[in-house]
Design a protein around this ligand. Structure first.
Ligand SMILES: [Zn+2]
Ligand SMILES: [Zn+2]
Length: 323
């Protein structure tokens, strides 16, 4: 029994009459998390994990009708029992578990297995069908540990201080920036963040998540500045004098990305599962069937076929280019 089908706006549950992460406005949208490619404004009603509620409101507007749901709490929508479970991706990110007549499907949203101080850890859930993302679904994507990456960022920052340069670190303003602020050692020097990062960090603070303090400083040459990638080359980014630039992203694992983006350094830090983590997460669901969305679907589908699983690539639309 198929609990989900692919329609124009995205994954639709006929028995419950709702979409999950629709790419266009619908009557009822369940939102796995607030990145722009998953949370499209304009739907009549939204359901989301309670801890992500303020982030969703910030994204889709004060007037939106948002029903929050605790992790693990069960709601009944039509003939379907629906619950939210942590996905470990960013604050409030959730996997969606659907159950009807003993049939269980889980939609992962974006996820990672590595622990992140800014969100609840990924919870493996048994299901018959697992709908997994595959943003980094190629065997070349293997992440170093977060500890290694943070140590490399600290060393780069200290070297820049010695060379009299500001350290301008680009990171996604939602999730990645806060994960960095939770892990980076503020005793090395002053930390400053772009206004778009600050606005979201305030919501994290409101949820009791400890982040390194940020402030403007008179001495940019000792400072670490955290800013969204789109601010690279902007007037705003020019105020810091001589800078060393870097990007923290899973894409830095691809050779040539750093040079193409004219960055001095690249740090591999992702809020998505890498290849081994995708395989482990899929395995732990014990799912008979895997739907692969989002990113490099086909290599993962092929690998799953070769290892005895039913798998299909599902081209669920995204509201915007993936984060
Ligand atoms: Zn995401
Ligand atoms: Zn995504």
């Amino acid at each position: 029994m198929a609990l989900l089908e692919l329609r124009e706006p995205g994954l639709y549950c006929p028995a419950g009459d709702f979409y999950i992460d629709p790419a266009a406005p619908v009557d009822r949208a369940i939102v796995t998390h607030t990145h722009s490619d998953h949370a499209c404004p304009g739907s009549r009603a939204y359901l989301t994990a309670r801890v992500g509620q303020s982030l969703l409101r910030e994204r889709i507007g004060a007037e939106a009708s948002i029903q929050p749901c605790d992790y693990g709490e069960t709601l009944t929508l039509g003939a379907v029992r629906v619950s939210f479970h942590p996905a470990g991706h960013i604050l409030g990110s959730a996997q969606i578990r659907l159950e009807q007549g003993g049939e269980v499907w889980v939609v992962s949203g974006d996820y990672k297995l590595e622990l992140d101080p800014t969100c609840a850890p990924f919870e493996p859930i048994r299901c018959h069908t697992f709908v997994t993302e595959s943003t980094f679904g190629l065997p070349i994507f293997r992440w170093p540990t977060e500890t290694e990456t943070i140590a490399a960022i600290h060393a780069w920052w200290r070297a820049n201080q010695e060379a009299g340069k500001a350290s301008l670190l680009f990171a996604h303003a939602l999730g990645k920036a806060q994960r960095l602020l939770a892990r980076i050692d503020g005793s090395i020097g002053p930390i400053h963040a772009h206004e778009s990062v600050e606005r979201l960090s305030a919501i994290y603070h409101g949820q009791g998540i400890a982040l390194a303090p940020t402030a403007p400083t008179a001495d940019w040459r000792r400072a670490l500045i955290i800013a969204p990638p789109w601010s690279q080359g902007s007037d705003w980014a020019r105020r810091f004098g001589t800078v060393s630039t870097a990007l923290a992203s899973g894409w830095m694992r691809i050779r040539g990305t750093r040079r193409r983006r004219s960055l001095d350094r690249g740090f591999v830090l992702s809020d998505h599962a890498d290849w081994p983590a995708l395989l482990r997460a899929i395995d732990e669901t014990r799912a008979e069937t895997v739907w692969v969305t989002h990113g490099y679907g086909n290599p993962l589908v092929r690998w799953l076929h070769e290892h005895g699983r039913q798998a299909i690539a599902v081209a669920a639309p995204l509201a915007e280019s993936p984060s």
